[in-house]
Design a protein around this ligand. Sequence first.
Ligand code: FAD
Length: 443
Amino acid sequence: MTTIVIAGGGAAGLLAAIALVRHPAPGPRRIVLAEPSGEPGAGVAYGTRSPSHLLNVRAAAMSALPDDPGHFLAWCRDEGLAVSGPDFVARQRYGPYLRATLAAALAAAGSAVRVELRNDRVMQIRADGAGVLVAIGATPIPADAAILATGHPPARPAWLPDDPRAIGDPWAAGALERIDPDGTVVIAGSGLTAVDLALALADAGHRGRIRLVSGHGLLPAVHAEGPLPARPAAIAPGDPGSDRIRTIARALRADAAAADDWRQAVDALRPVTVALWHGLPDAERRRFLRHGLRAWEVHRHRMAPEIAARVAALRGAGQLSVERGRIISVRGEPAALQVTTRSGGRMETQVTDALIAATGPATDPAADPLLAALIAAGMARPHPLGIGLDVEPDGVLRRADGRPWPAVRAVGSLRKGAEWEATAVPELRLHAREAADALLRDG
Ligand SMILES: Cc1cc2nc3c(=O)[nH]c(=O)nc-3n(C[C@H](O)[C@H](O)[C@H](O)COP(=O)(O)OP(=O)(O)OC[C@H]3O[C@@H](n4cnc5c(N)ncnc54)[C@H](O)[C@@H]3O)c2cc1C
């Protein structure tokens, strides 16, 4: 019997469980899925209860199964939803989809395959011969292998005060409910999460001003109304200059100008992004993080047209604004929070009734207790860019001395430093299948 523990039951953990259950290897297997939230498949993206929060990937690309691209679409239709491939479905549907897919896979696999759900955190993973000993809460579980699918917790910016009006984790249950509906809210960030939060406040009847404040002051770009014809990538791995970020950026800009729609040029890079990233020296990757990241994020992580229309309406009504400014400090005064921002050389202090951090995930692995414990024990090391863990190309962890630890592998965003594109479902389902192939091939 092969035993595999999955740490984390968000989308990545469920996709890993689905791949392990569906794998055609003949041997019996036991999959232990540790997820403390009590809601497997929800995680940070799909746990939302708001119907205004849409997937930012079209339904046709959201299948859990790499070998069955229409699977999500077919499930939606079985559920009675009138959905077609180009649509952006409500995110709250995706957790039930993942759970239903796991249940169907289990029913098809028969009694030799079982999944045990543990409503607790993985606290530590130690080497145990060729396998591992995984502490789930206080219970040690011996296993042949472990999969890390813990995602990244929200970042807690240094300026966030310890004040009930300052919200560090906007996805925590009830976090937005304590905001005065007539008060001013500053949301730090102007990416997809900030947009989600603005819409969630509007849906909840918020009447006060909502100010999105970020260093660049740019909203995400908008998806085209319908799918666009595919285009070859402007630059491919191995092409001259593909190991320099400036050449890649130049090729992308030229291709965007030549394409009917600039989005085609951005989307064309997606299938080769991981290979391009692998071909970049760390100094070039750092150059991208310093100079190219903002522009890439804005154009790559786009909002659905329906969302953009609501944002425009809120801005048009004067309720929502998008402003440039880096938050420097926040002071909690009895009447309000005082938020000081800097934009260019200009400092400004404004008052607000509430402040929400939507500045993205904490990509430093030291922010996560399990990862910090693995690093302290020398069984993992941070990626040299400080984003997630250092891993082999197949996701196997690298220990402090650089040797691989084949019994433990990462799926999902912990691989972001190593692969860049590592968080969305199209990558997660490939990581999951790769892990199942590697762990079960001898079983
Ligand atoms: C707002 C938002 C919208 C998105 N929309 C899309 C989309 O439309 N399409 C798309 O393809 N991608 C989307 N993404 C990207 C991606 O699919 C999501 O980020 C997805 O949630 C990633 O899942 P995950 O399992 O890697 O991480 P998470 O969702 O963060 O889940 C990690 C889980 O691990 C658990 N955990 C953490 N530590 C431990 C531990 N020590 N032991 C046990 N459990 C632990 C947590 O409780 C959590 O449930 C979106 C991301 C965000 C933030």
